[in-house]
Ligand binder design. Sequence first.
Ligand SMILES: [Zn+2]
Length: 369
Amino acid sequence: MEVAVQIFCGGFSGTAVPFEAVEEKLLSFIKRFRVTKVIMGWSTEKSLYEKTAALLLKHNIEFYLWFPVFSETGALRDLSPLVDYTGNVIERENNNSSEDFFFCCPNDRFNIAKITGIFNEHFSSIKFRGIFMDKIRYPSFAGSRGKDGVFSCFCPECMKIYLNENFDVEKLKLSLYDPEFSLPGIKRYYGNGRYEFHDKVMSSFFQIKKNIIYYSLQRICMYFRERNYKIGFDVFAPFLSPFTGQDIVKLSGLCDFIKPMMYRITHAPAGLPYETEALQRHTGNKTISNKFFSLDFCVKELENLSFESFCHVYAGIEINRINNIAHSDPVYIEETINAYLKTGIRGFVLSWNLLDMPEDNIEKVAQLL
Ligand SMILES: [Zn+2]
């Protein structure tokens, strides 16, 4: 089993964590077990990455930049936003955290150029081995605009695609305006993010969104491949992925490793209880139940993904302990790691911030891996 670890060193705006804090925690961490990758982002403080890169080189550990793609980047460039079905722009979410979850339209070519421009300006001089792309999606039901964020985008560029694909936008809009209409109308779940919907308009709509994310990421990956970077993807758990425009099996063909966020106890974006509750609340859906974040179900999800994935699968599990958000403890870690070891995955990404991982959790992981 390979072990990778994530470090959140600050957002695009605000102050970065001091190098000494990263160094102390990393040194104590890598003494316990073999770590193959460190993924750190996404403050723009260059010296922090340069010092960390030197430290990791000495220990023969690959250094990845944790890079948010379709959200957060709006803090550094003026990106064209998503448009909802009424024609209004989907604004920035108001929260006090270091993440703004402001998604741009992933279909806009200028946005893509500006996003790679951010990398070029702030990060291209640092010796990263790879890029770990996060926020490679649309908003989920848990976003501040609920289902309006999921049923986007209606900007002129996206409208052109719907027209080319013969997609009936008016039919979708009628459903969205009708409060009695049950969205998205799930009939059955087959695994690996594949659903059968009651209404064909839903399957077509999500398929088009998945294609948009895929082709835009293909362009972005081309930019990084030409510069010899390895690529990792941070994706939602399979059952949540299609509602955010992620076809995880197809996406696995673009990267070197894929990390589904199997956050069974996280009450924050990407956390399974949090996202599932939002999906149920906004859609009245009964097919997706709380059993979808049970250990048995997550094992099945990882088995299915490992079987079909074109690249290595690393399970993302919460090792950090954050009050009221992710109360991860050694008991949770033990049952989770032991169960996932047998799913065919290649490794684990210890998520999502080493700096918030308590000693007892780290000790437990060290015993198990
Ligand atoms: Zn758009």
